[in-house]
Design a protein around this ligand. Structure first.
Ligand SMILES: [Zn+2]
Length: 172
């Protein structure tokens, strides 16, 4: 994995070079010692439960038929549980009633760590600009992706003694 996001040191603007830091070669600043550690970013994901159904959302940038959990990044000084409830409010206008941790999952391809929550909610859905559409689906009919947020979905289904039928990942 090449961490090429930076060409110049964000602290002192010196051109970065490659050197061994920790267990691998990374971009680092020869002047001030800054290292691009490229740590994964935490992302919160919500299994939103509304009237006994699971809400799945299609991002405005995604193709037809592609649905997933509502996700988002944490604000500074915000707890993951607060962040996931804020995202539910912002993206769907639903009122989140709680945030129950499902589990934590790696998503190496996007250098993220997924923190999955079950968020029971109530109210009327009104979409934010980020979402194109949502669908409500009975839990036993959900078919999760076998990666990332899909693993949180699968663990939530298993905790309810429901069988898990993963979707096939599109090959590319
Ligand atoms: Zn520097």
């Amino acid at each position: 994995m090449i961490d090429s996001a930076f060409k110049f040191c964000p602290d002192c603007a010196t051109a970065l070079t490659r050197r061994i830091a920790g267990d691998r070669e990374r971009s680092a600043c020869p002047a001030c010692g800054w290292v691009h550690w490229d740590n994964p970013t935490p992302v919160v994901a919500a299994v939103i439960e509304l009237d006994g159904q699971v809400l799945l959302a299609r991002n405005a940038a995604w193709p037809q038929g592609m649905f997933a959990l509502v996700t988002g990044f944490l604000e500074r000084d915000e707890s993951p549980a607060d962040a996931v409830m804020r995202e539910v409010r912002e993206e769907t206008s639903l009122e989140p009633l709680a945030a129950h941790l499902i589990g934590v999952y790696d998503f190496a391809r996007r250098n993220q760590v997924i923190i999955g929550y079950h968020v029971p909610a109530r109210g009327e859905v009104r979409l934010s600009e980020e979402l194109a559409e949502v669908k409500l689906i009975a839990p036993e009919k959900v078919r999760p992706w076998p990666v990332a947020t899909g693993l949180a979905m699968a663990d939530w289904l298993r905790a309810r003694d429901l069988p898990v039928h993963f979707l096939d990942l599109p090959s590319r």
